[in-house]
Design a protein around this ligand. Structure first.
Ligand SMILES: O=P(O)(O)OC[C@H]1O[C@H](OP(=O)(O)OP(=O)(O)O)[C@H](O)[C@@H]1O
Ligand SMILES: O=C(O)c1cc(=O)[nH]c(=O)[nH]1
Length: 186
């Protein structure tokens, strides 16, 4: 499954430029960008990601998985759906980037209660800043953050930054694995 996911990410997500034209969430620029959405929003991608993220979480006794909208949303939903089919169900949740100003005002959407043990997921981690915001928000809502799972680790310090506050950080695919497959397929 992992090799098939890497293949999909190479074909649909990975872009490279000789010039550092890609602006990142951190404000840095980069020669490459991984837009996971075409994969995380495809039926095959959801299936593979659901199983792989479930496998990464099955020993953690978590009650829910979620992260910062939008990147984390399909990953969390896929893992939750697969958790039901594999007999160890956990819920999904989504953390807002900005606070809603009408209806029921909540930072985190989902059927959660304070004290629950959760995992934070992320599509791509560069500095880890987005995951750190998600962790902070989850904690401020009374959740216990057990671990973080990133679909793609760009290996630019994000995992180490996150580990300062959540020691258990797992990745499904690393930059090195993605680059090797990308170069091999060119
Ligand atoms: O590790 P970091 O330095 O925080 O960078 C990675 C974050 O940047 C992207 O999010 P973006 O802000 O583009 O939002 P989106 O998921 O809504 O597209 C990506 O989805 C990660 O969440
Ligand atoms: O750092 C980011 O903002 C970032 C990098 C990347 O490769 N993909 C992405 O969606 N965000």
């Amino acid at each position: 499954m992992k090799n098939e996911l890497i293949d999909l990410l190479c074909k649909k997500s990975f872009q490279f430029s000789e010039e550092p034209v890609f602006k990142l969430a951190s404000g840095q620029t980069s020669h490459y960008y991984i837009n996971c959405k075409p994969v995380t929003l495809s039926s095959r991608g959801l299936y593979l990601i659901g199983h792989l993220v479930f496998d990464a979480l099955k020993d953690r006794s978590i009650e829910a998985v979620g992260g910062m909208t939008f990147g984390a949303d399909p990953i969390a939903v896929a893992a939750s759906l697969i958790s039901e089919t594999r007999g160890a169900p956990f819920a999904a949740f989504s953390i807002r980037k900005t606070q809603k100003d009408h209806g029921i005002v909540k930072w985190i959407e989902g059927d959660l209660s304070a004290g629950q043990r959760v995992a934070i997921v992320e599509d791509v981690a560069t500095t880890g800043g987005s995951s750190l915001k998600a962790i902070e928000r989850a904690r401020s809502e009374g959740l216990f953050v057990d671990c973080v799972v990133m679909l793609v680790d760009r290996e630019e310090g994000g995992a180490e930054n996150i580990q300062k506050t959540v020691p258990e950080v797992r990745s499904i695919v690393t930059r090195a694995e993605l680059l090797a497959a990308y170069r091999g397929g060119q």
